[in-house]
Structure formats: C-alpha cells, structure tokens
Design a protein around this ligand. Sequence first.
Ligand SMILES: [Zn+2]
Length: 177
Amino acid sequence: MKEIELKIRIYGDKCLRKKSAPVKMVGSEEKALLERMAEIMYSNAGIGLAAPQVGINKQIIILDVGQGLFKLINPKVKEKKGFASIEEGCLSLPGVSVKVKRAKEVFVEGIDEFNKKVAFWADDLFSIALQHEIDHLKGKLIIDYANFLKKIKIKRALKTKCREAGEWESVQTKKLI
Ligand SMILES: [Zn+2]
C-alpha cells in the first residue's frame, strides 16, 4: 500500500474543493484509510470526517455523534424531510462556525466497509453531520453557506488561525468570495 501522509487539510487546500470519486470496491487500502481517519477524527475531537479532509478524494466518510463509530462509503442523500440548522464547525476551517440550513431528516444510501448496501433514515445531529460530510465529497464547505459579511469575518478568523499553523500562504492567496 502506498504510504501517504494523512493529516487534516485546512481551507485553501485543493483537495477540499475537488469532487471525490466513488469507491468501486472497499479493499484493504480503504479499510486502512478508514482506520486512520478514525484516529484523526478522535484525536481532533471531531464528530465526523470525510476522506478529502485528509487529502484523499474518495467517497468515504466516518461519523461518531455519540453512538459509536459509523463508516459509510459512496453515500447519497435520496430523500429529505423538514429543516434544521445549527452552528456547524469543521476540522478544515479552524475557529469557524456557520449556521447552515439543512434537512432535518435524510434517507441515505451507500455501502459499508464490507461492501454491503446500506439504506437508512437519519435525523437530528446524525442527519446534519451526514449532510455536512456528504458536502465534503462534493467539494462543498460550510463557508459556502455564509453570507457576504460572514465570509469576510471568516476570512479574518482563518488568517489568524492559519498563520499560527503555518498555513498562511495558501489561505492568503485563496479568493474567498
Ligand atoms: Zn467539515
């Protein structure tokens, strides 16, 4: 297996804006990736993580909203019900939160790590986290839901955060609006 350095990609990184490819078959490489993603998510106190957030543009997400680790491959939202919105954060946008209007309940299809088809309704935080992670697979980020003024504020916050983290260059050259 290829040795790839997996770390959280921060806003400005191209991986976060690419559309991720579906996985044809979950094999040892994907399983190893899922394991590594879980380590990264838990060590960063996240409740969800999508593969592009660690630089891999494959349709793979993991979640843990307090009910244990949940892994999903090639997830698709098939149906939506109602509306819900909370202040969402993102490991790829340190220090940023955006109130995002989403569906309250979603019916999602995909496959599990054993290549078995799964289909289920999700609601509340699980539903919101799923929609957030599925957005990542399309190259969409919470900042895209913010209005003009909020985007300016976010840009300012990210400059400070990313300068501290040594990511100043990539953020500075990125057009936010
Ligand atoms: Zn995110």
